[in-house]
Design a protein around this ligand. Structure first.
Ligand code: GLV
Ligand code: MG
Length: 350
């Protein structure tokens, strides 16, 4: 058994003067984490407009930012964060990974300059709880030094074979944990998978139906390459009360495949996904908001069982304490969406 902090110490600040860690992840709608390149002035110049259209804005400092632009991206993120009022939209950054030459200055400069505005720090290539412990302690020291009042949360990217092996320990490593995203590109490389795609299926990964009498054509059913990892991530996160997300979908020319990938993740328990292109914002908004008919049916279940116990039949379907809980998941999410979006509120009748 690895040694863990005692319950009394788990929620103690890790530095004198740092804010007390939160006991639960704040309830926020985070259907899409919209990635922007902070070294691109054309994009940062439109940041207030972009922020009003998404649930989360993330300034990306890691992969996709060229090495000679890393310092400009960091400075661009700080300037953008200082100049913008984000309102209810979350402000996140993806810093460079722990063994890179940029991580330390990313965190030191950003917390020093805009620590009070930053909601979540996304940490790439997390391999085990030790990575979270290091980042946790460093953030506490910097929060204390700069008088940051609200703890900055950590969101891990699950994108190495070692990280997947340690996913439960990562999820429970600290009360600072916000959640986790599946990173299918780095994970494919780390595992030695034979695909060059960023998320989604692969035409050669599937099951061939049995040979039929008469030599009829044998249907081939494509399977989901990410099912196992999403399932492990969802269980690891939900058991710790933190949030699972699907990450990037790289083929911008195939919105239907993006939608299918996002929807599988949503149905399995994920609460959002990354949008890397403006066209993916609406896909994520649609997928990670519950379906109107599903919400109406879930509300019928709650109304039929006011105290959540017993058994009733609705439209020929058996309902009991467990389906009441299923219905509550959907109605709670619908209420969260409705609170932000009056059109959705009208569609849900809330
Ligand atoms: C995301 O960072 C990925 O590697 O898929
Ligand atoms: Mg990656």
């Amino acid at each position: 058994m690895p040694a863990t902090r005692t319950p009394a110490k788990f929620y103690a600040p890790l530095s004198i003067g740092a804010p007390a860690p939160q006991r639960s992840t704040p309830v926020r709608l985070e259907r899409m984490i919209h990635f922007i390149p902070p070294h691109n002035a054309k994009i940062t110049g439109r940041i207030a407009e972009l922020a009003s259209q998404v649930d989360v804005i993330l300034g990306n400092l890691e992969d996709a930012v060229p090495a000679d632009q890393k310092v400009a991206a960091r400075a661009g993120f700080i300037a953008m964060a200082k100049a913008t009022e984000f309102g209810a939209t979350g402000l996140w950054t993806r810093v460079n990974c722990l063994n890179s030459p940029w991580f330390l200055d990313d965190v030191m400069d950003i917390v020093g300059a805009i620590g009070g505005k930053l909601d979540v720090l996304m940490l790439p290539k997390v391999e085990g709880p030790w990575d979270i412990h290091y980042c946790d302690q460093l953030l506490a020291q910097l929060e204390a030094r700069h008088g940051v009042k609200k703890p900055i949360q950590i969101h891990a990217i699950l994108e190495t074979a070692e990280g997947v092996s340690n996913v439960e320990e990562i999820a429970g490593a600290s009360p600072r944990m916000h959640g986790m995203s599946l990173g299918p590109a780095d994970l494919a490389a780390s595992r030695g998978m034979k695909t060059t795609r960023v998320g989604g299926g692969h035409p050669a990964y599937g099951v061939l139906a049995d040979q039929a009498a008469g030599g009829q054509a044998r249907p081939f059913f494509q399977q989901d390459l990410w099912h196992y990892t999403v399932a492990r991530m969802v269980d690891a996160c939900q058991r710790c009360g933190i949030k699972p997300f699907y990450g990037p979908f790289g083929d911008f020319s195939d919105p239907a495949a993006c939608e299918a990938q996002f929807r599988n993740a949503f149905l399995m328990g994920c609460v959002g996904a990354w949008s890397l292109h403006p066209s993916q914002v609406d896909i994520a908004r649609r997928v990670f908001s519950p379906d109107v008919a599903e919400v109406a049916f879930a509300r019928k279940i709650l109304a039929a069982m006011p105290d959540g116990t017993g058994a009733v039949m609705i439209d020929g379907k058996m309902q009991d304490d467990a389906t009441w809980k299923q219905a509550k998941v959907i109605v709670d999410l619908a209420r969260l969406v409705a609170a932000k979006d009056s059109d959705a509120a009208a569609r849900y009748g809330l």
